[in-house]
Design a protein around this ligand. Structure first.
Ligand code: BES
Ligand code: ZN
Ligand code: ZN
Length: 484
């Protein structure tokens, strides 16, 4: 797509798109009196919702598309706009409309941002494995911005950076495990660090991990022919206001067979997405560095493949985690929390004041909240509120879950300090397990994105595959915290 942000409408503009909510146009279009009457009667003639988008009515002698910005159920006003823009862009590409004008002179900044994200989402497709790739039809969007022109140009640059990060995360997540194993993920991270000014990288291989006692990675990764890695990326701008050091920790299981506690075959292909947390934190820090946000941010990617081999961890095996606690592996399929124990320790070692870990951690969370909401846990009310608010600004839904102490006893083991499975409340048990590895005096939030990272049926802007969930909220959190 091409964006043309201009103050006043150009004469050779093609199709006009009007967003409407209920029966009125959302952003006041520049129409003649007759045109306005015509629009009114078109909207009036529609049955009471849900409205169908209309194609090509002649208004003021110009082809005009009506786009319903209140069509779906359960979305915020901003998300409605994103969806409307997404549908508009899908339709424009499909019908090969080369130029579309949007009259946005009275559109607020965050609304414009939402519209842009919607347009970008429509461009995404993952056809790397198709024998023939078809490029998208190029649509030029003429954004008539009036006095917002300069501000909108800046927003468009920022949204392009954010979208690039979302695309990066989606591509990594959608790539199959034969092509994206831990060492290959490391190569991607190295390339990103090399081409992103201000971003440095530290890589630990199996030997180094073992030497330093990061035994979660070793325990999970040793059964695979692909060795585990831990990658720490660091972005420390020359100038920053905030004293906070925000550290993201991502679960990066490039594939999760379940190990010897083998998963059933039906849902196994989806486990290519079990590295979504690591992809999300890598993408987010790339964008944060590119945007030059004035805050110290790091990202830890915990990379391993949970496979079956003659060296695989056996149920009942006990290992000593980085913080000294011993863990009995009760179930080899509860592997994410083991690598994350190392990631949390690493976050503490590099001086985190705030940690966000993000992981496709439990099937229990999928059953609790489904595919539209990420359940999260936090030991800090202020951070929890920020997560919810930043999520809302990015049209990503979060729901705060309890770290219920009553269930903590279920994690106790007869021989070891802890075991890796616990109470029936599976998502809570996983969070309580992680809490055992959170460095002292550190604000922490754990996002369980098992339901939201990957979709097997059409959901909002995604037909099938990675949704990119979380990338934008992480960037927004860094932006918000950089203001303090
Ligand atoms: N990667 C899975 C969780 C998952 C499930 C992600 C569905 C995406 C969709 C995780 O490693 C896992 O297998 N968790 C087990 C834990 C159990 C054995 C305590 C689960 O949730 O079943
Ligand atoms: Zn698992
Ligand atoms: Zn897993």
């Amino acid at each position: 797509m091409k964006l043309n942000i201009i103050a006043n409408e150009s004469e050779k503009a093609g199709t006009t798109a009007l967003f409407f909510v209920k029966k009125s146009v959302q952003f006041s279009a520049v129409l003649s009196e007759a045109g306005e009457k015509q629009v009114e009667s078109v909207l009036e003639s529609m049955n009471d919702g849900p409205f169908e988008d209309l194609e090509y009515l002649e208004i003021d002698g110009r082809p005009t598309l009506f786009v319903d910005a209140a069509k779906e159920r359960g979305l915020s006003n901003l998300d409605h706009l994103r969806m409307a823009a997404y549908r508009l862009a899908c339709r424009s590409m499909k019908k090969q409309i080369s130029s579309v004008s949007l009259m946005l002179a009275d559109c607020a900044d965050e609304q414009f941002k939402a519209i842009l994200h919607g347009l970008h989402y429509a461009e995404y497709k993952f056809d790397a494995y198709k024998s023939k790739q078809k490029p998208n039809f190029q649509v030029t969007y003429e954004i008539v911005a009036g006095e917002h022109t300069a501000a909108f140009k800046k927003i468009a640059e920022e949204v392009a950076i954010e979208n690039k990060a979302v695309v990066l995360a989606k591509n990594l997540i959608n790539t199959c495990a034969a092509d994206l194993y831990p060492a290959e993920f490391v190569q991607n991270a190295k390339t990103i660090a090399k081409y992103t000014p201000g971003l440095s990288i530290k890589v630990r291989d199996m030997k180094q991990l073992e030497k330093e006692g990061f035994m979660g990675h070793v325990t999970v990764g040793k059964g695979s022919s692909h060795e585990p890695y831990m990658v720490t990326l660091d972005y420390k701008p020359a100038k920053f206001n905030s004293k906070d050091h925000l550290v993201f920790v991502g679960k990066g299981l490039t594939f999760d067979t379940g190990g010897l506690c083998l998963k059933p075959p039906k849902s196994m292909p989806e486990m290519i997405s079990d590295m979504s947390g690591a992809a999300t934190v890598l993408a987010a820090i790339q964008a944060i560095a590119t945007l030059k946000l004035p805050i110290h941010v790091s990202a830890v990617c915990c990379l391993a493949e949970n496979a079956i081999g003659n060296k695989s961890v056996l149920p009942g095996d006990i290992f000593k985690a980085k913080n000294g606690k011993t863990v009995m592996v009760d179930n080899t399929d509860a592997e994410g929390r083991l690598v994350l124990s190392d990631g949390l320790a690493e976050a503490g070692e590099i001086g985190a004041t705030h940690i966000i870990d993000i992981a496709t951690l439990t099937g229990a969370m999928v059953r609790a909240l489904g595919y539209a909401i990420t359940g999260f846990f936090s030991n800090d009310d202020d951070l929890a509120l920020k997560v919810i608010n930043c999520g809302e600004a990015c049209c990503e839904k979060f729901w705060s879950m309890p770290l219920e102490e009553e269930y903590a006893d279920a994690l106790k083991d007869k021989f070891a300090d802890l075991k890796n499975t616990g109470s029936d409340a599976g998502a809570i048990a996983a969070a309580l397990f992680l809490q055992e590895f959170v460095p002292e005096n550190t604000a922490w939030a754990h996002w369980d994105i098992a339901g939201t990272a990957f979709t097997t049926k059409k959901w909002k802007y995604t037909e099938y595959g990675a949704t990119g969930f979380g990338v934008q909220t992480l960037i927004e959190l860094a932006r918000e915290m950089s203001l303090n």
